[in-house]
Write a new protein. Structure first.
Ligand code: AHM
Ligand code: MG
Length: 343
């Protein structure tokens, strides 16, 4: 029988390969694992504990907060802010960044987090998730953090990942040397390495988009989706959960493209660059996939606001490239924009 590897062992082993790094990133990733187990426990007993439903408050995006949103946000804040490695946290659920250690003067890292993604699915027992991104602070230690510490391009990420609270609970992360997935064994409360070196399959067969948005998005995007529909019988399947983490994870395993396009009335779409798009773009690229917005590579985008939104097209390289070709074809109608049928 092969040896099982826990998340803790894996993180320590990886750190040992980089003799000059301090233990702070190890501590931080370990803390994320701990916080996610607490959130997972609450997600699993949400119906019993009476914490389903809206909390009565609204977040910065003017959306009603679910009780579990608040719980998840508070849990990650509480655990990450006392670990010593985090200087500041930007959360989708909080208007302003949270300053940790000595008002942000200590702690090497900045965390950007969507504590509970897909919250509209909480009340109906459908998969939800947490997405996180870790950056190194820009201002020197000992100085107060500035806005620039939080507004860094995705290419500066030190690590990113997600936790999927699904039929089983998984933590998937990258530190820039591939993507690894861990499954929580609820009996022992431990994450075990279950999906080493994750990559997108060579060809994707799934397209994931909110169909109701199609008459609100650009003509080339509509044509691309129409192309997926036309070849669906032979090749494509439509799958859309409405929880980005779950849609992304399924597409990573089975191959596919997820789209949340720019809309005529909302040119930046819906998803948040720092909490959703950039961290999953890092994972996608590390798994051999691609992530674009309307202007190119998501990882290159330098944010101007903490809660900035972005159009998002992520998944298998061949499909994201076909999508990109469909956008270029607007300028050159002779180009074939329909995803090609395969044998
Ligand atoms: P949330 O972070 O408030 O849950 O919003 C993001 C979610 C994504 O998980 C999901 O893919 C998308 O919003 C679904 O949006 P829509 O209902 O417009 O299709
Ligand atoms: Mg979200």
């Amino acid at each position: 029988m092969s040896k099982t590897i826990t998340l803790g062992e894996f993180i320590m082993d990886r750190q040992a390969a980089f003799p000059f790094v301090s233990g702070q990133l190890t501590r931080l990733l370990t803390d994320i694992g701990v916080a996610s187990k607490i959130v997972n426990h609450q997600v699993n007993r949400a119906g019993l504990a009476g914490i389903l439903g809206e909390s009565g408050s609204v977040n910065i995006q003017d959306e009603a907060q679910q009780k579990l949103d608040v719980f998840a946000d508070q849990t990650f804040m509480r655990i990450l802010s006392v670990g010593g490695s985090v200087a500041g946290i930007g959360s989708e659920e909080q208007e302003d960044p949270i300053l940790c250690g000595d008002e942000g003067k200590t702690g090497k890292y900045i965390v950007l987090i969507d504590p509970l993604d897909g919250s509209s699915n909480v009340d109906v027992n459908v998969s939800i998730g947490t997405i996180f991104s870790i950056q190194r602070r820009k201002t020197p230690m000992g100085e107060p953090l500035t806005e620039q510490d939080f507004l860094q391009a995705g290419t500066h990420q030190i690590a990113s990942g997600y936790i999927l609270y699904g039929s089983s609970t998984m933590l998937v992360y990258t530190t820039g040397t591939g993507v690894n997935g861990f499954t929580l064994d609820p009996a022992v409360g431990e994450f075990f390495l279950s999906h080493p070196a994750m990559t997108f399959p060579e060809k994707g067969r799934i397209y994931s988009v909110n169909d109701a948005l199609l008459d609100k998005c650009s003509e080339p995007t509509r044509i691309f989706v129409e192309g997926c529909r036309q070849t669906r019988g032979a090749r494509f399947r439509a799958r859309y959960i409405g929880s980005l983490v779950a849609d992304f994870h399924r597409n990573l395993i089975h191959g596919g493209i997820y789209l949340y396009p720019s809309l005529i009335k909302k040119p930046n779409g819906k998803l948040r660059l720092l909490y959703e798009c950039a961290p999953l773009a890092f994972i996608a690229e590390q798994a051999g996939g691609m992530a674009l917005d309307d202007d190119g590579r998501v990882m290159d985008r330098i944010p101007t606001e903490l809660h900035q939104r972005s159009p998002y097209y992520v998944g298998n390289k061949n499909l994201v490239q076909a999508f990109m070709a469909s956008q270029l074809a607007e300028k050159n109608p002779a180009m074939n924009t329909v995803p090609q049928r395969e044998n």
